[in-house]
Design a protein around this ligand. Structure first.
Ligand code: NAD
Ligand code: MG
Length: 395
């Protein structure tokens, strides 16, 4: 019997890779819903190819327009819009699994809805977990949902962990997690060489082709900071249990080190279809379309320590996790605003960590016990970051 899947963020980079895997297995997977925000033409084309039951767009006007186009093409598809629509398709009773691949905080509410509805959640949207880690992990547990990490590093760690991992490192003899990082396009540069880098240079990732926001995060190393927090929540550990290892070839996607001297790693091409297919089919494996790795072509693997002086975002993320409560949500929101401003050429590259530092300094840590607490912290941090940008106190 085929399984029904909702793809949140179907028009994005992860969304596209997910649909590529789905298309290879029409007997196994069927698309229940596709969602997209601004690229409505692409979304319409995807609807023609995958014939989903439901499409979700940004607002009423976009929904009216989409409904008209779909009926013109004689496609019987329900059209919903906004956050309510996203929640509906994430939690619909027919749905077996939800690919959470909206970028940023906008993905939190629907991803949490999928967890609360007991779905298999394929988590690419790391920001959702960073913002609301304890709430999210509790929602998964309380509702017997399944959480499969799609972020390549976390997927690699998951694959390198014991299958019966209990949520504690020590009883399984795990000494630490080795979280690999490519180092991004500016690896090896010092802070003074980063003042004038442009958005085009920042999004030109050496190994991975990804959306603009995560590409900038990779350049600042905030991506690794968010991933460190993501790993702490997913595997119930502390920043000191995780070592970030810069590995420029991106062949090893992360490793787990055991107390008998063993290190177990997962290797592969830098192609997100591998972790996506793994998450969809787990505990089985299916063809992902990714070509096999040729180690003779790779020839060598390099490793170095991250430079936290030139790239302070990694340190900021560790601090945010350690302060706990709403602080990871505040870090994430300030980062989203700063990255957006950088992409629009309103601020320079080094202003990104400067904005985050200042917003975190203004924040009095409070518990993040409810979704409301998290959303309020997110809104507050965005306002603070916007104010800093408007004041031109950080440029
Ligand atoms: P992307 O920018 O290519 O796509 C983002 C998707 O989110 C699009 O479908 C867009 O329509 C949707 N979206 C954007 N704003 C929205 C809003 N306000 N409301 C509803 N939908 C909205 O991003 P991506 O590179 O595919 O990344 C998606 C997520 O996966 C991110 O959280 C990213 O960190 C994570 N991730 C991506 C990669 C990768 O290789 N691209 C790897 C690991 C993790
Ligand atoms: Mg990653």
């Amino acid at each position: 019997m085929s399984q029904w899947i909702t793809v949140l963020g179907a028009t994005g980079s992860i969304g596209g890779s997910t649909l590529d895997v789905i298309a290879r297995h029409p007997d196994k997977y069927r698309v229940y819903a596709l969602t997209g925000h601004s690229r409505v033409d692409e979304l319409f084309q995807l609807a023609q190819t995958f014939n989903p039951k439901v499409i979700v767009v940004a607002d009423q006007a976009a929904a009216d327009n989409m409904a008209e186009r779909l009926s013109g093409a004689q496609l019987d598809v329900q059209v919903l819009f906004g956050e309510f629509g996203l929640e509906q398709v994430a939690a619909a009773p027919q749905v077996d699994m939800v690919m959470a691949s909206i970028v940023g905080a906008a993905g939190l509410v629907p991803t949490l809805a999928a967890a609360n509805a007991g779905k298999r959640v394929l988590l690419a949207n790391k920001e959702a977990l960073v913002m609301a880690g304890p709430l999210f992990m509790k929602a998964i547990k309380d509702n017997n949902a399944e959480l499969l990490p799609i972020d390549s590093e976390h997927n690699a760690i998951f694959q390198s962990m014991p299958a019966d991992y209990s949520g504690e490192l020590q009883p399984h003899g795990i000494e630490r997690i080795l979280l690999t990082a490519s180092g991004g396009p500016f690896r090896g540069k010092k802070a003074e060489e980063l003042t004038a880098v442009t958005p085009a240079q920042a999004v030109a990732h050496p190994n991975w082709s990804m959306g603009a926001k995560i590409s900038v995060d990779s350049a600042t190393l905030m991506n690794k900071g968010l991933e460190l927090i993501e790993a702490c929540f997913l595997f119930n550990c502390q920043p000191q249990d995780i070592e970030v290892v810069v590995h420029p070839q991106s062949v090893i996607h992360s490793m787990v080190q055991y107390n008998d001297g063993s290190v177990i790693a997962q290797l592969g091409q830098p192609d997100m279809r591998t972790p996506i297919a793994y998450g969809m089919a787990w505990p089985e494996r299916i063809d992902s379309g990714v070509k096999s790795l040729n180690l003779f072509d790779i020839a060598r693997l390099d490793f170095e320590a991250p430079d936290e002086e030139a790239f302070p975002c990694l340190r900021l993320a560790k601090e945010a996790f350690q302060q706990g409560g709403i602080m990871p949500a505040v870090l994430n929101a300030a980062n989203e605003v700063a990255v957006d401003a950088f992409l629009q050429e309103q601020i320079g590259f080094l202003a990104i960590p400067a904005v985050i530092t200042e917003v975190m300094a203004r924040c009095a840590v409070k518990p993040a016990d409810t979704l409301q607490d998290v959303l309020q912290a997110d809104a507050w941090a965005r306002e603070q970051a916007q104010q800093l940008l408007a004041d031109h106190s950080i440029a």
